[in-house]
Design a protein around this ligand. Structure first.
Ligand SMILES: C[S@@+](CC[C@H](N)C(=O)[O-])C[C@H]1O[C@@H](n2cnc3c(N)ncnc32)[C@H](O)[C@@H]1O
Length: 234
């Protein structure tokens, strides 16, 4: 699976509105005592501030050579070191256990099936140290919003149309030039089920990056989880 190169080339514009998450992941990284890993690191939008704030190298995995090239260039410009690897998050394997694995900006929604996510969560669980944490955020799908936006043409950040396939839990972002990128949304119970099968447990579920409690109308799942201790198993 690769990030459409056409989207990679416009990633700065697509991600420009997303800034609220950076301080959240930076704070988790500050609390971590050991290796830091970003799944689907993209252009280093979050990893670079994390490396700057902690003084530690961030291991970054991404399937897109174009995104990794951007991350490499931006890290060099910022004067920080990222340990970048081209690869698939479903195959995560680390040399040493991680203190923090994180996956910002809804990147887990690039995984189309439960099996893909289950495999990823199992790899994460196997890659965390005993006190390690896994954190990610993903949109809470809003049917009201989807009904309003389905098929509507938008000019910003680049001209595109969004379509929803409810049967496949899929959002297609179709640019006017034909480039299409898809996301597969998941419900809260799907996320909790993934934790359960992978041997993880929730530490916190926030409804946003300021640490607000998750509520019925929260637009985002912000999860922080850890490995389930064997003594916790009933
Ligand atoms: C929305 S961007 C997020 C980038 C970055 N984490 C951020 O917060 O700005 C999604 C990224 O996921 C990557 N990606 C998609 N599927 C992947 C997979 N199976 N394994 C690794 N990376 C993947 C894409 O190449 C892209 O860089």
């Amino acid at each position: 699976m690769s990030w459409d190169e056409a989207f990679a080339n416009r990633y700065e514009e697509w991600s420009a509105h997303m800034t609220a998450d950076v301080a959240f992941y930076v704070e988790l990284a500050r609390q971590a005592d050991g290796p830091l890993v970003e799944l689907a690191i993209g252009n280093g939008r979050v990893a670079i501030p994390v490396a700057q704030a902690t003084g530690h190298r961030v291991i970054g995995i991404d399937s897109s050579p174009a995104m990794l090239a951007q991350a490499r260039a931006r890290a060099a410009e910022a004067g920080v070191e990222l340990d970048l690897h081209e690869g698939d998050m479903r195959d995560l394997a680390l040399d040493e256990p991680a203190a923090l694995i994180y996956c910002p900006f809804r990147a887990l929604l690039h995984l189309p099936t439960w099996a893909d996510r289950r495999r990823t969560f199992e790899r994460v669980a196997a890659s965390l140290g005993p006190d390690g944490r896994f954190a990610w955020n993903a949109l809470a799908f809003d049917h009201h919003l989807a009904a309003r936006l389905d098929g509507e043409h938008q000019e910003e950040p680049t001209p595109h149309t969004i379509r929803y396939s409810v049967g496949d839990n899929r959002i297609d972002i179709i640019r006017d030039d034909g480039a299409t990128s898809s996301r597969w949304w998941a419900t809260k119970n799907e996320w909790l089920g993934l934790l359960d099968v992978a041997g993880l447990e929730p530490e916190a579920l926030y409804g946003g990056f300021a640490g607000e409690p998750f509520a019925d109308d929260s637009p985002e799942y912000v999860f922080v989880v850890r490995r389930r201790l064997s003594s916790d198993v009933p």
